[in-house]
Ligand binder design. Structure first.
Ligand SMILES: [Zn+2]
Length: 125
């Protein structure tokens, strides 16, 4: 898809709506590989020069996602990828799999999630 001003605006709007529903702070959204490369190295570590290979990347430690808009064929893919990456931010302990996919489907269907709370550290004696 061609990334123009209107699409950029729409993506940020969509990201904001889903972030609210998922109880997460709105992430910084990168929309081109150039923007990925312009970020400080430590923020994109592990998925920097390889980011172009993916439809999307979440940089969980930095509350930031990359949406590879140029690689996407249509709006449906875009929407799926936005929700996929935001589900990563909301459920950072979950890896890909059945449960993850179910959450993505629920997210796409409009489900809301209560904010993620880190469990208190259990002290060992
Ligand atoms: Zn993923």
């Amino acid at each position: 898809m061609k990334l123009d001003f209107d699409l950029r605006f729409k993506i940020l709007e969509t990201s904001g709506i889903y972030s609210n529903r998922f109880g997460i702070e709105e992430p910084k959204v990168l929309l081109t590989t150039r923007e990925v490369l312009e970020m400080p190295r430590e923020m994109t570590e592990g998925r920097r020069t390889s980011a172009y290979k993916y439809l999307g990347v979440s940089y969980m430690q930095h509350n930031m996602i990359f949406l590879n808009v140029r690689k996407m064929p249509d709006e449906k893919t875009l929407q799926n990828t936005i929700v996929h990456e935001l589900i990563h931010l909301r459920f950072p302990y979950l890896s890909h799999g059945k449960r993850f996919n179910k959450l993505v489907r629920q997210g796409l269907a409009g489900k809301t999630f209560v904010p993620y709370k880190r469990r208190k550290k259990i002290t060992q004696n």
